[in-house]
Design a binder for this molecule. Structure first.
Ligand code: PMP
Length: 388
């Protein structure tokens, strides 16, 4: 542990020792009473974290992309019209994914750094009848946050199933799945949910389940078919094991612990803490004279930030210097601007000291790369937001 460098990328994040301890505990049988209890409790806790009291949770072994695939495969049939709202790389991914299942996809792509224009979406929905639409709550390639409440409301108003990619938002950004009328909210374990990579997590509304139940064709993907997994989830939630494929026993034990910690903090407090961290990080970036990818704070994510490199500073050099100063950050991801920006993750159990350590390392890195700055100016800006 001594040589560990602070990991502040937008997932995987730093994990809590109690979560890692659960992950490292001896593996029990997947049909044992202890594991059944843990799995059942984790499913119940998902409903609370997602704020979807009547939603159906699913836990599959896989990454966030599998959760996207699971939603797409179960809800789309050949010929269905689908609207994809994209604010970056992960929105675009849905276009490719859903077309594999035979959907006729229309893509509405926001300019890089901009959020979804819901007036435009409303107009499009008035013209064309879609079965389903997708949005990315926080696109990790741009740090742009979409108004998920408006997305859900438009879905309900026009009778369109809504699928929200919450991979970089659930358990960090505010989500009230049921109140906001969202049909599927999906994520992966390694981000704000705070569990090492390996779990695809979804909560599905009754409406979406009944659309799935009325399919004319078989689900084209064998592994993710809800017909296989629904009885398993229902059974574990009753405290009795079910089987289709061996569950990721240790990861699910870790999920139970992490969801317990999240609920102990309380969802409203957790959302507020993420908002504070987002504002503090953006204030620090501004104080250091750097631009940011989101064109406005009003739609900037609170789970990660995306500063632009200042003129004359080479990205690779800066990230290497920041790492030398003690923090691992991520480079750019969006193909149009990849070399122009970097990314700082501040979600999950991030502490104020972690954020300050990252900002301090950025200051040190910028100085080492010759960018003029007043030492401590980023730290002061972050602290004034964090501590008032
Ligand atoms: N959606 C978003 C918003 C993401 O950030 C990611 C991962 N960075 C994914 C989907 C895909 O998740 P995974 O890498 O776990 O497959």
């Amino acid at each position: 542990m001594k040589d560990r460098t602070l990991l502040m990328i937008p997932g995987p994040i730093e994990f809590d020792p109690a979560v890692l301890q659960a992950l490292g505990a001896p593996t029990t049988s997947h049909v044992s009473p202890d594991f059944s209890e843990q799995f059942g409790r984790a499913l119940e806790r998902m409903r609370e974290v997602w704020q979807a009291p009547s939603g159906q949770p699913f836990v599959l072994a896989g990454s966030g992309t599998l959760a996207m695939d699971c939603a797409g495969a179960n809800l789309v049939e050949p010929g269905d019209r689908v609207l994809v709202l994209s604010t970056g790389v992960f929105g675009d991914r849905f276009e490719d994914l859903l077309s594999r299942y035979g959907a006729q996809v229309d893509l509405l792509r926001a300019p890089v750094g901009e959020t979804v224009d819901f007036e435009q979406v409303d107009a499009v929905l008035r013209q064309t009848r879609y079965k389903l639409m997708t949005a990315t709550h926080v696109d990790t390639s741009t740090a742009v946050r979409v108004d998920a409440r408006r997305f859900g409301a438009l879905g309900r108003e026009h009778g369109v199933i809504t699928v929200l990619d919450g991979v970089c938002s659930v358990a960090g950004e505010e989500v009230h799945q049921e109140d906001w009328g969202l049909d599927v909210v999906l994520t992966a374990s390694q981000k704000a949910v705070g569990v090492p990579p390996g779990l695809a997590l979804l909560v599905v509304s009754h409406q979406a389940l009944s659309v799935w139940g009325g399919r004319r064709t078989k689900v084209a993907n064998y592994y993710v078919d809800w017909a296989k997994w629904l009885p398993v989830m229902v059974s574990y939630e009753k405290g009795t094991p079910g089987y289709f494929g061996t569950p990721a026993v240790n990861l699910i034990a870790a999920l139970d612990v992490s969801l317990g910690q999240i609920l102990e903090e309380g969802m409203e407090r957790r959302f507020a803490r993420h908002r504070r961290f987002g504002a503090a990080c953006r204030a620090a970036i501004r104080a250091l004279g750097l631009g940011q990818v989101p064109t406005s704070d009003a739609h900037a994510a609170n789970t990660l930030s995306a500063p632009r490199y200042p003129g004359g500073v080479k990205g690779e050099d800066l990230l290497a210097k920041i790492r030398e100063a003690g923090a691992i950050l991520a480079g750019g991801l969006h193909p149009d601007i990849r070399a122009e920006y970097f990314r700082i993750g501040h979600m999950g159990g991030t502490k104020p000291g972690d954020l300050l350590a990252a900002v301090g390392a950025i200051e040190a890195g910028l100085k080492a790369c010759g960018h003029p700055l007043e030492t401590g100016s980023g730290l002061a800006a972050a602290q004034s937001v964090l501590f008032g």
